[in-house]
Each structure stands twice: as structure tokens, then as C-alpha cells.
Ligand binder design. Structure first.
Ligand SMILES: *Cc1c(COP(=O)(O)O)cnc(C)c1O
Length: 346
């Protein structure tokens, strides 16, 4: 395994981070704040928020069973995705390897950061072997991206293969678990403190937790990786409104469990009915709150639904997803409206 120092970009390793007013005094009890050029009026929004979101991390630590010191919080998991490149990948030199098809942001952020992005195709069951992923790596491969359950295919990636990648790759393995709450799969967060691997697990408040609007994403990793992310992130990357709303949402986890149960039940019912539609060619197995379906003509079906005010995701131009639509599970009424419209389609 390469050490974190060997993986981090040299300029980031030697970077002296911006030291904000709010981290310099921390550790002392204070009541007069004349250090940050804030306005003393209009509380509580006049004050800069906690740059490291400590109380929120304490609560997340209980909910996720991950030590607070192993948590990074960002403006959506998209921030953590971008940070992987900014911290570890030297533009025009390093590369990353990813399963294909998968979540589009990994490639967009690679392109923004001018880092080579290597696609490794899933097989016809949307699965991958560790062997194939490792064969695409060379000495300049800094990271491997795995999304499980995968987007847009919906399925868990075979956990034994993910384990083999973790055991055999000497760089960083990112496992994006945005949809883990809908899956029976166990989180890969159990690998973050391994001394023989560098694993980053991504989770988000945007899906099962019903909080896409607040923009809160999590990365779980060993302390050394969290420290690098904290050094490079914007000082106040998670605003106070988000921290407060996330705390409220996390107070009681029962509603989330209920939502997940309802959505899983609706998923079964909707997929079964969708499979019986004349336009449906195939439904792919899913472990997420959406499913992928192959239809006779995805563009025509998509346009027909848009006309009725119903929006699904047309994935027909994505590799291995020809004529596929990705359908998110909504409320019972919404799912029925979709099914009713498709039954009437000529
Ligand atoms: C939705 C999604 C995310 C979430 O991104 P946020 O920025 O946290 O909203 C991350 N990864 C995948 C695979 C997703 O589908």
C-alpha cells in the first residue's frame, strides 16, 4: 500500500491552510467575539458557523457508528468527490479508474480537474470483477471509484469483488453508498481504519434522509485523509442553516426508517406493474430507491411522460443502458399516476 503522503499531491501535502478566526480560539471558553469582523446584530445568523461541524459529527457518529474523527462533512457528497481529485490527483499526470456506467459526477470532476478518467465496463448483469478494475490501473492510478448500490443501474456491486479491490489496490478506493439505506448490503465504513488499505466511504442526506435541499454529504475515512480534506475545503463549507436542519433530521431516525419501508414496498409494487406494461422490455434488479427499465423506445416514452407532466430520467445515451429509463420511487399516488399514464400510451 502507498502511504497517504505518497498519494497526496505534493503541493497539498506542503500547503499551509487558511486559519480562520473561528479555529484559532477554539478550546477556550469565550463570550465576547471581536475577532471575525462579524456584525454583533442579527443573531444567530451574524456568526460564522463551526468550520468543523463538531456537534453534528458527534450525532452522526452515533447514527452511523463511525467515530467523529473519521467523518468529513461537505456541501453534498459532490464536494467530497471533487476533493478526491483536488487532494490526490496531479492534473495531466495521475489517473483514476471507475466502473461504467455509474454516477456522472466522478467523470465531470475528473474533467474539471484535468485528470484522466478510465472506464471499466460492467458486464451484462451490471457486475464487475476486481481483476478487471485492477487491470486498468497503472503506477499513476490514484483512486478507484465504486458506487454500490450503483447509479443508474440500481444494483449492489458484488461485495466480495469490492473487498478484493480494497485488499489488492495500493491507492484509494472510494465506495459511494448514497443509496445504502435502501440496500441489505453492510456499509464499507468498517474498512476505513484498516492499516492495509485507504478506503473512503461516501454517504449523503440527499436520498433516504429526505434532505437533498440542505446539501449535506459525508465522507468516512482514516484520520489522515480527513485531515487532508479539512485542509483543502472552504473554511465554512457547511452553513449554519444546514447544520441546524441536519441536527433536527437526525434527532429521531424513526421517520427515515418508515420512509424507507414505504419506498421499498412501493418499489416492489411499481416494478411489478411496470413489468407488465406493453412498452416494457426488461426490468433490472435494484437495491436502491429507483429502478432501471428497458422499454421499446425510451425517447418516445420520455417525451410522452413529459407531456403529461411526469418526469423520469432518460438514460438511453448511457453505456449499456440503450432504451433505458431510470424511475425514482415516489408516493403511491405518484407511482400510480406514472403507471396509469403508461397504460394509456399508444
Ligand atoms: C444522489 C447521489 C449522490 C448525492 O450527492 P449529494 O451531492 O450528496 O446530493 C452521490 N452519489 C451518487 C451515486 C448519487 O446518486
Amino acid at each position: 500500500m502507498r502511504t497517504i503522503k505518497e498519494l497526496v499531491r505534493p503541493n497539498i501535502w506542503s500547503l499551509a491552510p487558511y486559519s480562520s478566526a473561528r479555529n484559532e480560539y477554539s478550546g477556550h471558553v469565550a463570550h465576547v467575539f471581536l475577532d471575525a469582523n462579524e456584525n454583533p446584530f442579527n443573531g444567530p445568523y451574524n456568526r460564522y458557523p463551526d468550520p468543523l461541524q463538531e456537534s453534528l459529527k458527534e450525532r452522526l457518529s452515533e447514527v452511523k457508528n463511525v467515530p467523529a474523527e473519521n467523518i468529513f462533512l461537505g456541501n453534498g457528497s459532490d464536494e467530497a468527490i471533487d476533493l478526491v481529485y483536488r487532494c490526490f490527483c496531479e492534473p495531466k499526470k495521475d489517473n483514476v479508474v471507475a466502473i461504467c456506467p455509474t454516477y456522472g459526477m466522478y467523470e465531470v470532476c475528473a474533467n474539471i480537474n484535468d485528470v484522466e478518467y478510465r472506464n471499466v465496463m460492467l458486464d451484462e448483469n451490471y457486475q464487475i470483477t476486481a481483476e478487471k478494475l485492477l487491470a486498468a490501473c497503472d503506477a499513476n492510478t490514484k483512486a478507484i471509484w465504486i458506487c454500490s448500490p450503483n447509479n443508474p443501474t440500481g444494483n449492489d456491486i458484488n461485495n466480495e469483488e469490492i473487498e478484493k479491490v480494497i485488499e489488492n489496490f495500493d491507492g484509494i478506493v472510494i465506495v459511494d453508498e448514497a443509496y445504502i439505506d435502501f440496500s441489505k448490503q453492510k456499509s464499507f465504513s468498517r474498512y476505513i481504519n484498516s492499516e492495509t488499505s485507504n478506503v473512503i466511504v461516501l454517504q449523503t442526506m440527499s436520498k433516504a434522509w429526505g434532505s437533498a435541499a440542505i446539501r449535506l454529504g459525508m465522507a468516512f475515512a482514516k484520520k489522515e485523509i480527513i485531515a487532508i480534506f479539512n485542509k483543502v475545503k472552504y473554511p465554512y463549507n457547511v452553513n449554519l442553516l444546514t447544520q441546524e436542519q441536519a441536527m433536527k433530521r437526525l434527532k429521531d431516525t424513526q421517520p427515515v426508517e418508515q420512509w424507507v419501508n414505504i419506498l421499498l414496498q412501493e418499489r416492489g409494487r411499481t416494478m411489478e406493474a411496470f413489468g407488465e406494461l406493453p412498452i416494457c422490455e426488461k426490468i433490472y434488479p435494484t437495491d436502491a430507491n429507483f429502478f432501471l427499465a428497458k422499454v421499446k423506445d425510451a425517447q418516445k416514452t420520455y417525451d410522452y411522460l413529459v407531456d403529461k407532466g411526469i418526469i423520469v430520467r432518460n438514460r438511453t445515451r448511457v453505456s449499456l443502458c440503450n432504451n433505458c429509463l431510470r424511475v425514482t420511487i415516489g408516493t403511491r399516488e405518484e407511482n400510480n399516476e406514472l403507471l396509469g399514464a403508461l397504460r394509456d400510451m399508444k
